[in-house]
Design a protein around this ligand. Structure first.
Ligand code: FBP
Length: 554
């Protein structure tokens, strides 16, 4: 029996690249500060809630001509939310920086996500321990979770655990919701004069945690390359067999960055973009009609096959659905303690209770959906109040409606083809892949840089590494205050401070690229076959950055 696959063995030897400033040494840095910052929206509310950590400047690191002495600092690290390739390298970078700063420093990993710091479940990360995880995918080193850190009691328990381990800083590796936790914890630690710092690291395959300072969240590159490989393979299959329409739903939660990136890497016949659907106020019927139009026109060209890429969150962006889902979120929250609802024996009973609470329009929309989709819409929200869109089979909803529509068109003599479908959902396949060279380098740099922020005494900051389309040596390391990215949004029926999600910009170069080629790709098969991620070989194939990044930072 072998303990490691050949690729595992080779990847352990890979040495991630760092920005030159950080490579010069963790004790050779000087910090430059910008101007005071403001929240993206709802400034007064955010300022009131984060009165101790609001408005700090963006910072960047440069090389110093003097070596600094670093005090002993123990650090705790948490992996939070969905898996994203490269998480292990963030911890490896943090570990290496912390030990380089002072060999006495210790790193503790909290187990199972944010609940680990509350319950005092941890492991000390040593060099032997971390070495087994370098450049590997997954979050299995310490596990992850989606516990929301927000109550006084949770904060007090976290403080006790940190005191016990003599921890002076906590690093939270997570997406928008997890870094909202980081901001709240940082604020509480300052307000209570604990002296404990909190630093976030931008993780999520969804790519929706980005702004002027954060060019991309880690994991997006590897996940989209993995989905693009799979889409490419399916395109070849479709083009060989010429008998199926493949409906491929792609993970990415609300924003369509992942579908858009995978679409640009593979050029399928149709790539739906949720943000466009919302902006054009397209109804479900209009979406179905537009897909049927392509199916019918392709039949006229003798093509009874094709590929459609669907963003995971599409359903939430269709205006009639959006309004219905928003009401459902409030209603299901209120019904959590209603025994008539929680004890309902059949789905029909549950649907009837829901229908009696929805207004007329929303009730009509809910009632028009197939039973499967209705029940999926009623599933538990995640701890942050989000609908679990990965569990809603939008691809199947579209297929059902398209079948009905095509049979109508057939009756009217407007469609002569034979429609055969295949439904796919790609999500979990990409979240734990071996990080691409880009993600391996970027994550290691983010972790290393997180310790630099700690060393300079900062709190409530997100680790930021920019200039990513350039070689790693030229990357710019620094930090962005978390309050700068926040606004107020409704969660579980209440207005809460959260990091604003970045959606696809319809006037941006990435969407424009898709728009420019859409008609051509729909009719003439311009499929690209990206193949598997390459870890060894020429830089042209091994060190590619996402198309999104290339277009946004030309
Ligand atoms: P994060 O926002 O925590 O990074 O999670 C991303 C994600 O993969 C989404 O794309 C997806 O909708 C969701 O997690 C699935 O959650 P779960 O892993 O709990 O099924």
């Amino acid at each position: 029996m072998r303990e490691l696959s050949p690729l595992q063995t080779e990847r352990l030897k890979y040495e991630p690249k760092l920005p030159q400033t950080l490579a010069n040494g963790i004790n050779m840095l000087v910090m430059k500060q910008g101007n005071a910052t403001e929240a993206v929206r709802d400034k007064e509310d955010i300022k009131r809630i984060f009165s101790n950590t609001y408005g700090k400047p963006v910072v960047t690191f440069e090389t110093s001509d003097k070596k600094q002495v670093s005090e002993i600092k123990n650090v705790g690290v948490i992996l939070s939310g969905g898996q994203a390739p490269g998480g292990h390298n963030v911890i490896a970078g943090l570990f290496d920086a912390l030990k380089q700063a002072n060999a006495e420093n210790k790193l503790y990993g909290f187990l199972g996500g944010p609940s680990g710091i509350i319950d005092g479940k941890y492991v000390e990360i040593t060099s032997d321990f971390i070495d087994k995880y370098r450049n590997t995918g997954g979050f299995d080193i310490i596990g992850s979770g989606r516990t929301k850190l927000e109550t006084e009691e949770q904060f007090k328990k976290s403080l006790e655990v940190c005191k016990k381990l003599n921890i002076s800083a906590v690093v939270i590796i997570g997406g928008d919701d997890s870094n909202t936790n980081a901001a709240l914890l940082a604020e509480w630690f300052v307000k209570n004069n604990t002296g404990i710092q909190v630093i976030g690291c931008p993780k999520t395959i969804d790519g929706d945690l980005k702004n002027e300072q954060i060019e991309v969240s880690f994991g997006f590159d590897t996940a989209t390359k993995t989905y693009a490989e799979l889409i490419g393979n399916i395109q070849r299959d479709a083009n060989s067999a010429k008998k199926y329409w493949h409906f491929i739903k792609i993970m990415g939660r609300s924003a369509s960055h992942v579908a858009l990136e995978a679409g640009l890497q593979t050029q399928p016949n149709i790539t739906l973009i949720s943000e466009e659907v919302e902006a054009k106020k397209m109804s479900l019927k209009q979406i179905v009609d537009s897909i049927c139009d392509v199916i019918v026109r392709r039949v006229d060209m003798g093509k009874n096959f094709g590929i459609i890429v669907i963003p995971e969150g599409l359903i939430e962006f269709i205006p009639e659905m959006k309004s219905m889902i928003a009401s459902l979120n409030d209603i299901t929250h209120d019904l959590e303690n209603d025994s008539n609802y929680t004890n309902a024996k059949t789905l029909k009973e549950k649907f009837d209770i829901i229908l009696s609470k929805l207004d007329e329009n929303n009730a009509k929309v809910f009632d028009s959906l197939p039973e499967l989709i209705k029940s999926q819409l009623l599933m538990d929200r995640d701890p942050h109040g989000n609908v679990q869109v990965s569990k809603i089979e939008t691809e199947k909803l579209l297929i059902e409606m398209i079948k009905k529509n095509l049979s109508e068109l057939k009756k009217q003599g407007k469609y002569t083809g034979k429609f055969s479908d295949q439904a796919h959902f790609f999500g979990y396949e990409g979240r734990c892949a071996f990080p691409s060279n880009f993600d391996a380098d970027y994550c290691y740099s983010l972790g290393f840089n997180a310790f630099a922020l700690i060393n300079f005494g900062l709190t409530g900051y997100l680790s930021s590494v920019r200039n990513l389309v350039k070689p790693a040596k030229e990357w710019i390391a620094g930090g962005v205050p978390l309050t700068m990215m926040m606004n107020m949004e409704k969660r579980h029926g209440e207005m809460k401070p959260v990091i604003q999600k970045a959606l696809v910009k319809l006037d941006g170069p990435v969407f424009k690229e898709l728009e420019a080629h859409r008609e051509d790709w729909a009719m003439n098969d311009r499929y690209l076959f990206p193949g598997a991620i390459q870890y060894f070989g020429p830089t042209e194939v091994c060190d590619l950055v996402p198309v999104t990044l290339q277009l946004e930072h030309k």
